[in-house]
Design a protein around this ligand. Structure first.
Ligand code: 5GP
Ligand code: MN
Length: 335
């Protein structure tokens, strides 16, 4: 029923929404759908709740994204309220689209979730599977379910491959299955240049971002007893490095590179106003999704999650240091 209503015979107004500060999977998935729905001749807009990282400038179609700001607010509001379908891509919690939430709630559009994060809210239609490595896989399956695999061209395949690469850590994470590689293979058959994509994804630093990383690494602290590493960046530190969206991305992963460390945490004060954003990463069976849900009003996946705190940076770190002893057994026995 749903598929027949968007198979292209009836022009629909479609809105595509990735989450705030969209990563490679959120951007790749939504850009792929943008190209796809354009091919079906729908009236489609891709709206990002916040600016995206400048290191994704090379992605096909990225300039077509409407980024939410004071300037675009009224046009975005109109588009959302008048739409027939809104696709929620790579997230399942309305808190992750910031101010757009209000417009969504007053829109009568059918709401469709395409996502791989566990525990979603109820949407009108759900293409949801927490077992798949990336939302891009679900987009591939969505297009395949509509029997339109032939519509996946080189641009769409490139976007989906970016999602696969970034959410699997270049095909290394435990979420990778034979199906992940099967779909990657199908995308390669569309003529994508995998080496060029890899090079683009690797070129994710400029001198300021690299120096900011170095600052965070200098401040890295190890809680040996809890097999945990953590660090932080304050807003005053940001100012020294001409901070832009995306500069702190990846900092949290470095702690996990240390032998015996299974849990890495990054506290980020983007500006003097709350909240503090916290990123969690783990190796093995320590479940950071549960940890973020329980103590930081956030969520994510078992090995990668995030959350927010309405506290100062130092209070946030203190709050964390008070909780961590409760997880001694989980951390010490994590394999
Ligand atoms: P990151 O640390 O890169 O921002 O996010 C890591 C993972 O956790 C991503 O899969 C992201 O979707 C999820 N995540 C990050 N922040 C939040 C949050 O505030 N709420 C929820 N539910 N998930 C989050
Ligand atoms: Mn994802």
């Amino acid at each position: 029923m749903f598929f027949s209503s968007i198979n292209g015979t009836n022009k629909k107004k479609i809105i595509l929404l990735p989450h705030n500060n969209p990563d490679g999977d959120a951007l790749g998935s939504s850009l792929a759908l943008l190209f796809y729905f354009r091919k079906l001749k729908h009236d489609v807009d891709l709206i990002s709740p916040t600016e995206y990282s400048e290191f994704f400038q090379w992605l096909p179609g990225i300039k077509d994204i409407i980024v939410f700001s004071e300037k675009t607010e009224s046009i975005i509001k109109k588009k959302i309220i008048n739409s027939d379908y809104i696709f929620f891509i790579d997230f399942n919690n309305l808190s992750r689209i910031k101010k757009l939430r209000e417009f969504i709630l007053s829109s009568k559009a059918k709401k469709i979730l395409i996502d791989h994060h566990p525990f979603p809210f109820q949407f009108d239609f759900m293409f949801f599977d927490p077992k798949v490595a990336a939302t891009s896989i679900l987009i591939f399956k969505f297009i395949s379910k509509m029997n339109f695999l032939e519509k996946i061209d080189k641009k769409i395949a490139t976007c989906l491959y970016v999602g696969l690469m970034t959410d699997t850590g270049f095909f290394r994470f435990p979420s990778v299955t034979s199906e992940t590689h099967f779909i990657a293979g199908k995308l390669i058959e569309k003529g994508i240049n995998i080496n060029q994509i890899y090079n683009h994804l690797q070129e994710k630093y400029n001198i300021n971002k690299l120096k900011l990383l170095s600052k965070a690494l200098k401040k890295l602290k190890i809680l040996k007893k809890f097999r945990t590493a953590y660090t932080s960046i304050s807003s005053s530190e940001l100012r020294n490095y001409s901070y832009k969206q995306g500069y702190t991305e990846g900092i949290v992963t470095y702690g996990l590179g240390i032998k015996n460390i299974v849990f890495s945490v990054f506290f980020f004060e983007e500006n003097e106003k709350y909240p503090i954003k916290i990123s969690f990463r783990s190796k093995g069976n320590f479940d950071v999704n549960m940890f973020a849900r329980k103590h930081f009003g956030g969520g994510g996946h078992k090995n990668a999650s995030g959350g927010l705190l309405e506290k100062s940076l130092s209070e946030s770190i203190e709050y964390f240091l008070n909780i961590i002893p409760n997880y001694y057994n989980n951390l010490i026995f994590s394999i």
